[in-house]
Design a protein around this ligand. Structure first.
Ligand SMILES: Cc1ncc(COP(=O)(O)O)c(C=O)c1O
Length: 317
């Protein structure tokens, strides 16, 4: 039994998949983090960031968190904050997914919509608004998910030990999608600390700058970054895959149709990367991957044929 009830991230199941690919000589495991109450791996990140701020005395129950986020971290912070009695304001811009904002509001968060400034720099405008709100509310804090060591620590402490336990302690490859790179870094640090031979495969989006290259259009949320987060400089993945959005769509649909797991775009990218790497692996290799979030918020994009035709200019299969 979990004595912390709905506050503590769940130990999610790690399940063996036999239908996703036709490689009978490989063992493939999925870590079902879409089953977290906030619907994603960010439940762990949000919990770790808040615990760190409370522990250091920077944040108190009844206090306030201000964060620039329109995605899974915002939903997870909103959920964690409402349960703990902390006020939460998400600073977002006009690109935000309306469904994510509705979810945050359903958990009692305030959504502060920043208008696009004349120079078009939405990120800078959101940062300015966060600074304004922090100044207006003494004692309020921001979580710094892109640079805080508490972000990877959450995955060092929970995600990777659970994967190792769930796969019987003998894992050759772990596929992780990357945005702040916190999940990847925490898993990598666990592998290093425990002297494991597990190779970490980073899955990123074409158009992301996380592992070099120039920033390009990215329509699907959750994967990649347009500017380099502080944490990224510590990562040393064994392999890196940059995936096109149409291959994320194909990966998501494959996982839904072959295993009945409805996942978001970054997990689709992982499935695409696995499709490329698995044929070259040694017989008997054991592979695990993160199912980072649920596919429900992606019904109007990844799983919608009209969106695929108009946004990606590809005829869905
Ligand atoms: C959909 C999705 N993809 C990828 C990730 C990995 O993100 P990060 O690199 O910020 O840990 C997460 C983390 O929660 C996620 O929710």
């Amino acid at each position: 039994m979990n004595s912390l009830g709905t506050l503590q991230p769940f130990v999610t199941p790690t399940v063996k998949l036999s239908r996703l690919f036709d490689f009978p000589d490989l063992e493939i495991f999925a870590k079902l983090d879409l089953l977290q109450l906030a619907g994603s791996t960010k439940e762990r990140t949000a919990n770790g960031l808040i615990e760190d701020l409370l522990g250091s005395g920077q944040l108190r129950i009844g206090g306030m968190i201000v964060e620039s986020t329109s995605g899974n971290l915002g939903i997870a912070l909103a959920r964690q904050c409402v349960v703990r009695g902390i006020n939460f304001t998400a600073v977002v811009d006009e690109n935000a997914n309306p469904l994510a904002l509705e979810l945050m509001e359903a958990y009692g968060a305030k959504v502060d919509l920043v208008q696009t400034p004349a120079d078009g720099n939405k990120l800078a405008a959101r940062r300015r608004r966060v600074s304004e709100l922090l100044a207006e509310h003494p004692g309020s804090v921001t979580t710094n998910q892109y640079g805080s060591p508490a972000n990877p620590r959450a995955h060092f402490d929970t995600t990777m030990p659970e994967i190792i336990a769930g796969t019987g302690g003998n894992l050759d490859y772990l596929f992780v999608a990357t945005s702040t790179t916190g999940t990847l870094l925490g898993c990598q640090q666990y592998v290093q600390k425990h002297g494991l031979s597990t190779k970490i495969v980073a899955v990123d989006s074409v158009g992301s700058v996380l592992f070099g290259g120039t920033a390009g259009t990215r329509r699907l949320p959750g994967l990649g970054a347009g500017i380099l987060p502080e944490l990224a400089s510590w990562t040393k993945p064994d392999l890196i895959f940059q995936v096109e959005e149409i291959d994320m769509v194909r990966g998501c649909r494959r996982l839904a149709h072959y295993e009945g797991i409805l996942a978001g775009a970054s997990t689709g990218a992982i499935v695409a990367a696995m499709g490329a790497l698995l044929p070259s692996l040694d017989k008997g290799s054991r592979v695990a991957f993160m199912v980072h979030d649920s596919g429900v918020p992606y019904l109007q994009t990844v799983y919608n044929d009209d969106w695929v035709r108009t946004a990606l200019n590809v005829e869905p299969e």
